[in-house]
Ligand binder design. Structure first.
Ligand code: ADP
Ligand code: MG
Length: 681
């Protein structure tokens, strides 16, 4: 890359230590980062409405002429208020600006401006406060809006971007080979960077965006492909074909065809000379654990240890229990290694693991920690891997001698997306549920029917069943909200225990509980010491309580469909008919339609496709979920055609130049290399 791009942000005119600190807060450290800090959105000043028609609850664009400017007013605290009266020919509006002398002085009586902001006030007295103002005589029609941080203004940021572009001057940095730009009809990077930040109109902006989205998806595709290739190195764990009918025979049920197929794909993989990298994808309840057990048994028969990593303690404990049940009778020794063990126990266990006394080790991230050594690690299984970053995946594989990797995910992902997220993995799909599985009757209702829903739940409890209540959703990315969440989940549980469910025992599960407390709450529910489990979304995917038959989900419209589908998968795991009640007061038609889909189908793939259509890929691409580098501009559902194009381009490039060694690909190689260094938690 041009070295000017990798210069720290202070290289730019006007960026001193103080401002650079603000930039750092936004994750901007280099000139490159700044240029790739794209506007979050644009205000199109050509889409104006008459003042009289401006909606009251959201900002809009109006065009108006300044009629007169009022004298400055000062109020307590030294604040200056500037007001002007404007008209669009039909209605008047008062413009109010606070402490913005500079902006105010620029306004000229008799000139027309475009204003963007919320129009408030009454029918006859309209006001607009601190709007964005565009001078229509300057000829611009589009204003980008950036993510900012306190102390950094839109204006300052734009100045810096301008300077960055000027600094690059006429240096033409073009990472894409010419033929790619021709074939996929892309503008130059130079044009794209200029026009994503300073578009003349929405059209140039979209040309620029097209190019940048393509770049991003192409580099990601290339990165995942190369990662896959890199993992095709000699494995030190080549296994031999081994008879595992003993395992099948000892199971309390007959494997489904899909499970059998997956196990044979897995065992074949493990006999190859390069490590397996396989994803087993199957809807909730499709029986992924049995596949994992089969794989572990195969590895054990071959004299190798298996490590199985789950995202939470609860899940790890449960896997340990299940695997133990399947495998211990066959002489396979299993251990549970989690963060909540006492240091002494942990140390002792680790010693035994290193000595090879255990064949299957189940645990949480503690397993990834450097200090755990294995004697002969041959297979690494990760459950619900979308919570583990690509990096974590790699860290576990780094242990042992290039062990085989098996990843299990319950998130059905549309194929195009799977190609991207799991581009480095081969795929086995469990597309068949075990026989006799009950459909989970699902009802979407409004809060008005809550009482009826609760009496329904009570009837289930009276019959000896148990119930889950999932609490109102709260934004988890916000620490302040997390506190509120705790309060709200406690309040909710209290209301239940004082109201409809006064005669039942209630357990409470939330993210703030210490791991051992969580464990206890879960165990109590599992052992039927409690009838009801009230929880935030920490009722992790995967928890297995067959006696629980009802799930009530509050604020259901705020969850993704796939997430709801996974949540409801907590019930319907035993011989009883099971129910899921989705409560939502959202009257929005789309939202009601979304929830209805869940009542209609129980096919996870159908649901995820719908989710993608209706809501975008937030569920899959909530930044934490997939472990991929953060996307700066692409949106994998909106840009699905570009995604396909980028994937085909990726193949074209790698066919010609499998390791990106050609001079025409040297920039690409560099960007792809940077991909997995940054942007991962
Ligand atoms: P998931 O794919 O959601 O992880 P699990 O592996 O937890 O599913 O399996 C769900 C339940 O189904 C478990 O109780 C498991 O013992 C049972 N199960 C798995 N495979 C079969 C099968 N082939 N026939 C009947 N029950 C099965
Ligand atoms: Mg599972």
């Amino acid at each position: 890359m041009d070295e000017r791009l990798s210069k720290p942000i202070t290289y730019l005119k006007g960026v001193g230590p103080k401002r650079s600190e603000l930039y750092n807060k936004l994750g901007i450290e280099t000139v490159y980062d700044l240029l790739y800090h794209f506007p979050r959105r644009y205000i199109d000043f050509t889409e104006d409405v008459p003042i009289a028609k401006a909606p009251a609850d959201e900002p809009s664009v109006i065009r108006a002429e300044v009629v007169k400017k009022l004298p400055e007013a000062r109020i307590r605290g030294g604040m200056s208020i500037f007001k002007a009266v404007l008209t669009d020919g039909e209605s008047d509006i008062t413009l109010i600006m606070y402490n913005n002398r500079y902006g105010f002085e620029k306004l000229a009586v008799g000139s027309w401006y475009a204003l963007y902001g919320k129009v408030t006030g009454t029918l006859v007295r309209k006001e607009i406060s601190s709007p964005l103002i565009l001078d229509l005589s300057a000829g611009e029609t589009v204003e980008p809006v950036y993510a900012l941080t306190e102390g950094l203004t839109q204006y300052a940021l734009r100045q810096s971007v301008r300077n960055a572009l000027l600094t690059l001057g006429d240096f033409i940095y073009e990472p894409l080979p010419k033929w790619v730009m021709g074939k996929y009809k892309l503008c130059s990077l130079e044009y794209a960077l200029e026009n994503i930040h300073f578009p003349k109109d929405m059209h140039t902006c979209s040309i620029a965006k097209q190019r940048l989205v393509f770049d991003e998806l192409l580099t990601l595709s290339l990165g995942m492909r190369l990662l896959k290739k890199k993992s095709r190195e000699q494995s030190g764990c080549v296994m031999k074909k081994t008879d595992i009918s003993q395992f099948e025979k000892s199971l309390p049920f007959e494997l489904t065809g899909a499970q059998r197929r997956a196990i044979s794909e897995v065992t074949e993989d493990m006999c190859r000379e390069y490590p397996m990298n396989r994803l087993v994808q199957g809807d909730v309840g499709s029986g992924k654990t049995a596949v994992a057990a089969g794989a572990a048994f195969f590895a054990c028969k071959n004299g190798f240890q298996t490590a199985m990593m789950a995202p939470t303690e609860i899940l790890a404990a449960q896997h340990f229990e299940t695997l133990g049940k399947f495998l211990e009778p066959l002489g396979v020794k299993c251990a549970l290694l989690t963060g909540s063990l006492t240091p002494k126990k942990k140390a002792a266990l680790k010693e035994q693991i290193a000595a090879g006394e255990f064949d299957v080790i189940v645990g949480t991230h503690a397993l990834v920690q450097e200090s755990t050594h294995f004697k002969r690690l041959g297979l690494v299984i990760t459950d619900e891997q979308h919570r583990f970053g690509v990096k974590q995946r790699a860290a576990l594989s780094g242990k042992g001698d290039n062990p085989h990797r098996l990843v299990m995910s319950a998130t059905p992902i549309p194929r195009t997306l799977a190609l991207m997220i799991y581009g480095d993995l081969d795929l086995s799909v469990l597309d068949e549920l075990p026989k006799g599985r009950q459909k989970i009757e699902t009802y979407a209702v409004t809060g008005k029917l809550r009482d009826r829903a609760f009496s329904f739940v009570k009837k289930q409890l009276d019959e000896g069943r148990q119930a889950y209540f999932v609490c109102p959703m709260i934004d988890e990315s916000d620490p302040a909200m997390m506190k509120t969440e705790l309060a709200s989940v406690k309040k909710y549980a209290k209301e239940l225990s004082e109201g409809a469910f006064a005669n039942h025992s209630i357990g409470l599960l939330h993210g703030k509980l210490a791991p051992d407390k969580k464990e206890k709450v879960m165990r109590d529910f599992k052992n039927k010491k409690t009838d009801i489990l009230v929880s935030t979304t920490v009722v992790e995917v995967g928890v297995d309580v067959p006696n629980a038959t009802v799930m009530v989900i509050e604020d259901a419209d705020r969850f993704g469909l796939s997430q709801l589908h996974q949540l409801r998968g907590r019930v319907g795991r035993g011989q009883y008919s099971s129910y899921c009640i989705l409560i939502s007061n959202n009257k929005n038609e789309d939202s009601r339609k979304r929830l209805k889909i869940l009542s209609k189908t129980s096919d996870g793939f159908v649901i995820s496709e719908e989710d993608l259509k209706l809501r975008g890929p937030g569920d899959f691409f909530g930044s934490k979920q997939h472990g991929l580098p953060k996307l700066r501009i692409a949106d994998m559902s909106e840009d699905i055609n570009t995604l396909k194009a980028a994937q085909s381009c990726c193949m074209d490039i790698l066919d010609k130049d499998p390791e990106l060694k050609l001079p025409e690909n040297k920039w690409l190689r560099e960007i792809v290399g940077m991909l997995f260094e940054k942007g991962e938690e």
